[in-house]
Design a protein around this ligand. Structure first.
Ligand code: F0G
Length: 364
C-alpha cells in the first residue's frame, strides 16, 4: 500500500497492510512523535524525535500487536489465550482478552515484573502464574502449552502480533515525512525478544515493494540491549545467524531481561540489511537517559530509555553521525515501573504541617 491508501484509525488506519480491516480495539496507535530539543542538542544530531509507545491504551506498544492477535484468536474460536511475559505483554493480553470476553493466562518470572504491569494483568482479569524461573523459561513452558492445544499463544512468536507492530514503522515514517519532507536516517529501539526489530524491518520491506519508500531511504535499524542481557549485541558482533541463549540475565530494565530472543533470526537480517547495528548499555546509563527524557516531560520505563542511552553511546563512539535524523522508540510508560521511577527521581522531603516551617525549609 502507499500511505495515501491507508484508512481507519490508529493501527487500523493501516488496514491495507493488515490481515483484517478492524480488530479488538481500545483503540491503539497514533502515538506522539515528541520533540526533545534539549536532548537533541545534548546528543548532537541533525534531529531527534521520540516515538512514545507508552501512550497506547495499556501503556506499551504491545497493544498494537494484541489488537490484531486477539482478533485472530476470535476468528479461530479459541477458548483460552496465553503468554509468557516480562510484564507488558501480560498487561496488554489481559486487557484485550477481557475486551474480547476470552479467558487469559499469563506466566510471569516471579519477582521480576514491575508493579504496574502485574496490577494491570490482575485487574483486567488474567489468571497469573508466577514461575520460579526467568522469562525465557516461561516462554518455553507456554509454547509447550500451546503445542499441546491448551492455549492460543500470543507472544511475538505469533506472527499476527508483529503484523500489528509494523504500524509503529508506518507511523514514524509517515509523520516524519509530513513534518520534514524526508525520512529519518535511523530508528533506535530497545531489544528484548526482537519482535519490534523484526516487525519494523517487515514494514520497511513492504513499503519498498509498494514503491512508497526507496531502498536507500530505509532507516538504519539500531537495537539496544542492557549489558546484562545482550545476546543480540553478541550475535551482531560475532556474525551469528541466531543468538546463543544467555542462561543468566540481569538488568534494572526488567522488560528486556531476556536471554533467548525468539525473533532473532528475523531481526538480525534487518539490522544488517539496513546498515544498522546493536549496542549494549549499562543500567546506570539507562537510568540517566530515563531522567533526561523525564526532564523534557516524556515519562518512560527503564527499558524504553535504553534507546536513548544507546544513541548517546553510539554518538560518543562516532558510529552515529551528527548529520543524522534519528528517531528513538520508547516502548513503555513511566508508571509501568513506579519503583524504578521513584528510585531514579527526587526524594520526597518530610516537612511539618505549618506554612512558616515550610518556608524555612525552602530557604535552607
Ligand atoms: N520495551 C518494553 C517496555 C517491553 O516490554 C519489551 C518487551 C521490549 C522493549 C522489547 O521488545 O521483544 O520487541 O524486542 N516485553 C515483552 C513482554 C517481552 O513480555 O512484555 P521486543
Amino acid at each position: 500500500p502507499t500511505f495515501e491508501e491507508f484508512s481507519g484509525r490508529g493501527v487500523w488506519r493501516y488496514d491495507a497492510a493488515l490481515p483484517f480491516d478492524h480488530g479488538v480495539s481500545l483503540p491503539e496507535g497514533d502515538t506522539p512523535l515528541h520533540e526533545v530539543p534539549r536532548l537533541e542538542a545534548d546528543v548532537g544530531v541533525r534531529s531527534l524525535r521520540v516515538k512514545h509507545e507508552g501512550m497506547n491504551p495499556t501503556g506499551s506498544f504491545k497493544d498494537r500487536g494484541m489488537t490484531v492477535g486477539v482478533r485472530v484468536a476470535e476468528e479461530l474460536g479459541v477458548s483460552r489465550l496465553a503468554c509468557a511475559s516480562t510484564g507488558n505483554t501480560s498487561a496488554a493480553l489481559a486487557a484485550y482478552g477481557g475486551r474480547a470476553g476470552l479467558e487469559t493466562l499469563v506466566l510471569l518470572p516471579a519477582g521480576k515484573v514491575a508493579a504496574g504491569k502485574v496490577a494491570q494483568a490482575a485487574l483486567h482479569g488474567a489468571r497469573i502464574l508466577e514461575v520460579d524461573g526467568n522469562f525465557d523459561a516461561c516462554l518455553d513452558i507456554v509454547s509447550e502449552l500451546a503445542d499441546r492445544g491448551e492455549a492460543y499463544l500470543l507472544n511475538s512468536l505469533n506472527p499476527f502480533r508483529l503484523e500489528g507492530q509494523k504500524t509503529i514503522g508506518f507511523e514514524i515514517l509517515e509523520t516524519f515525512r509530513d513534518e520534514y519532507g524526508r525520512f529519518p536516517d535511523r530508528i533506535v529501539l530497545p531489544v528484548g525478544n526482537a519482535g519490534n526489530t523484526a516487525a519494523l524491518y517487515k514494514a520497511f520491506r513492504e513499503l519498498v515493494r509498494a514503491g512508497a519508500l526507496a531502498e536507500d531511504e530505509v532507516p538504519m535499524l539500531t537495537g539496544v540491549q542492557a549489558a546484562g542481557a545482550a545476546p543480540m549485541v553478541e550475535a551482531i558482533e560475532e556474525g551469528y545467524e541466531d543468538t546463543e541463549r544467555w542462561e543468566d540475565v540481569e538488568t534494572r530494565a526488567t522488560a528486556i531481561r531476556i536471554g533467548n530472543p525468539v525473533n532473532a533470526p528475523k531481526a538480525l537480517p534487518g539490522i544488517r540489511a539496513t546498515g544498522g547495528t546493536a549496542v549494549a548499555v549499562a543500567d546506570d546509563e539507562i537510568t540517566d537517559a530515563q531522567r533526561a527524557l523525564a526532564e523534557e516531560g516524556v515519562g518512560v520505563e527503564p527499558a524504553s530509555a535504553a534507546s536513548v542511552a544507546g544513541l548517546r553511546k553510539l554518538r560518543e563512539e562516532g558510529v552515529v553521525d551528527d548529520s543524522e535524523d534519528v528517531v528513538c522508540l520508547t516502548t513503555g510508560h513511566l508508571l509501568k515501573d513506579p519503583d524504578a521511577a521513584a528510585a531514579a527521581g527526587a526524594e520526597p522531603e518530610p516537612v511539618a504541617n505549618d506554612t512558616e516551617a515550610i518556608l524555612d525549609h525552602l530557604s535552607d
